[in-house]
Design a protein around this ligand. Structure first.
Ligand code: AR6
Length: 173
C-alpha cells in the first residue's frame, strides 16, 4: 500500500491522527514552541508520562524518541523526539535530524500507529536552516516508508508559511 506523504499548514495539536510528534528537549519536561503548545492542549497526563520515562531512563538523547499518552488531544499518542541544535552543520546535525524522523516512525509502527504528523523539528528555537531541514526531513521519512509497510499517512505539519513552502518544494522536486 502506498503511504500518503503531504505538507499541511496547521496547529499539530489539533490533528486527529494516531500519533503526533513533539519537538522536545532532552529533559522531556516541556518548553516553548510546539512542545509548549502540545503540553498546554494535551494537559498534565503527558507530563506525568514524561516523568515516568525520565525516572526510568533519564530523559531522551538527541535523535532518539519516546512515546506517551496524548492526554486530551485528538491524537492517540505523542512521540517526543529531540532534534539537534544547529551548530553550523558540521556537528552531525543532518544525521541527528534524520534519526529523529526515523526513530519516531519506528516507535509509531511498534505502537500500531498508521497515521503520524510531524512538526518541522529543530527549525524554531534550535535554529536549523529551514530549506536544509526540509530536505533531511522528507528524505528520512521517504527512506523509512520504502522499507516499512503499513503506514497510511504521514503529514509534515508546518506552522508558518516559510516551512510550508520549503516542505512543498522538496515534496514536489
Ligand atoms: N504546530 C505545529 N508546528 C508548530 C507549532 C504548532 N502548534 N508551534 C510551533 N511550531 P520549536 P525546535 C513550529 O522551537 O526548534 C522547545 O522549547 C515552529 O514554527 O518548537 O526543535 C523545546 O522544549 C517551528 O517550525 O522546536 C526545545 O527546548 C517548529 O515547530 C526546543 O524548543 C519547531 O520549532 C526545540 O526547538
Amino acid at each position: 500500500m502506498q503511504t500518503t506523504l503531504q505538507a499541511l499548514q496547521a496547529d499539530i495539536a489539533k490533528l486527529p491522527v494516531d500519533a503526533i510528534v513533539n519537538a522536545a528537549n532532552s529533559s522531556l519536561m516541556g518548553g516553548g514552541g510546539v512542545d509548549g503548545a502540545i503540553h498546554r492542549a494535551g494537559g498534565p497526563a503527558i507530563l506525568e508520562d514524561c516523568r515516568r520515562i525520565v525516572a526510568k531512563q533519564g530523559g531522551c538523547k538527541t535523535g532518539e524518541a519516546v512515546i506517551t499518552t496524548a492526554g486530551r488531544l485528538p491524537a492517540k499518542f505523542v512521540i517526543h523526539t529531540v532534534g539537534p541544535v544547529w551548530n553550523g552543520g558540521h556537528k552531525q546535525e543532518a544525521e541527528k535530524l534524520a534519526n529523529c524522523y526515523r526513530n519516531s516512525l519506528q516507535l509509531a509502527v511498534e505502537n500500531g500507529c498508521r497515521s503520524v504528523a510531524f512538526p518541522c523539528i529543530s527549525t524554531g528555537v534550535y535554529g536549523y536552516p529551514i530549506a536544509e531541514a526540509a530536505k533531511v526531513a522528507v528524505a528520512s521519512v521517504k527512506a523509512f516508508l520504502e522499507e516499512n509497510e503499513g503506514m497510511e499517512s504521514v503529514v509534515m505539519v508546518c506552522f508558518d508559511g516559510e516551512n510550508y513552502e520549503a516542505i512543498q518544494a522538496v515534496l514536489n522536486a
